[in-house]
Write a protein that binds this ligand. Structure first.
Ligand SMILES: O=P(O)(O)OC[C@H]1O[C@H](O[C@H]2O[C@H](CO)[C@@H](O)[C@H](O)[C@H]2O)[C@H](O)[C@@H](O)[C@@H]1O
Length: 288
């Protein structure tokens, strides 16, 4: 599957031409039947630029306005993220926004659900393996010694180890991958690799399951999914599966040189979060 980059912030009204037939059908269906459409997007790298410190990540300055302009015109807008839902809502600035009264944020790869109607998060009980991993992680980091700059992000329901700020981020990532995978497995967890991050989290949920459940729950038709990282591939697979069932879909890649797998699978590639915002704006204008 090829990809095509032709939405830029300089072309605010220009909708992309998907590089694939399935993508063109997905976009056409969304434009023809927007009231049944789901627009689902990842957060980090898709709605928010990648920054060195995860705590400093914020939605692109124009992302909320673009989402708010589009949301009233489609069946549902959802953010599906590896972040805790509450963190994504806070860093995104998604609460109490006119136009986003029905926004849904599915956090922890879909294990958590926040919706703007209630303003609350629902989630299952925590996996006991996370506490065990949290306790053993300092000793593992001492032993592997990936170097200064390696940082732990405690996400409550999971623990992530970041190497972006290490002297050699790629080497630190590779040194940690095996030991963290063993640690996760000993406690019934899985390792979710991402952009210079290895997350130890409970199995059983991913963005594909989350997207399919959301599409089913909303009874929606055409689906647009935008992502940038390996954790978005299950959502891509879900769109592929929906297409096979006759539900049109459009796969958007928020492009980066760090992760190239999505580029190969996408119908449309745009230039990072600024490109995603431009696409959302163009869609909202076209549906006006
Ligand atoms: O599913 P997402 O919304 O894409 O979340 C995936 C992970 O994103 C965050 O890490 C990434 O973004 C950071 C801030 O830009 C960056 O410093 C880091 O290198 C990236 O991997 C977040 O910190 C993780 O918890 C998410 O799982």
């Amino acid at each position: 599957m090829g990809s095509h980059t032709d939405v830029t912030p300089d072309q605010p009204d220009h909708l992309p031409s998907p590089a694939t037939r399935a993508g063109r059908e997905g976009l056409d269906a969304l434009l023809a039947d927007p009231r049944r459409a789901v627009v689902a997007l990842d957060f980090d790298g898709t709605l928010a630029d990648i920054v060195p410190d995860p705590d400093q990540a914020r939605a692109h300055p124009d992302a909320v306005a673009a989402l708010a302009a589009l949301a009233p015109k489609v069946a549902s807008v959802a953010v599906i993220t590896g972040r805790p839902a509450e963190v994504a809502v806070r860093h995104g600035g998604f609460a109490d926004v006119p136009g986003l009264e029905h926004l849904v944020v599915l956090g922890h790869y879909g294990a958590e659900r926040w919706d703007a109607v209630t303003g609350t998060v629902t989630a299952p009980a925590a996996h006991p393996g996370v506490a065990a991993v949290r306790a053993e992680l300092p000793a593992l980091l001492d032993r592997v010694a990936p170097g200064p700059g390696t940082a732990v992000e405690d996400k409550g329901r999971s623990v992530a180890v970041h190497t972006r700020r290490a002297a050699d981020p790629g080497a630190a990532f590779e040194a940690l991958r095996g030991p963290l995978t063993d640690l996760a497995a000993r406690h019934g967890l899985i390792v979710e690799p991402g952009r210079l991050v290895l997350e130890l989290r409970p199995p059983g949920m991913d963005k594909g399951v989350a997207l399919r459940e959301h599409v089913r729950a909303t009874g929606a038709g055409p689906v647009l999914y935008a992502g940038d990282d390996l954790g978005d591939l299950p959502a891509y697979a879900a769109v592929d599966a929906l297409r096979a069932e006759g539900v049109p879909g459009l796969l958007v890649c928020s492009g980066s040189d760090e992760v190239t797998e999505l580029r190969e699978r996408a119908d449309v590639e745009v230039a990072g979060p600024a490109g995603v915002v431009a696409l959302l704006r163009a869609l909202a204008r076209r549906l006006a």
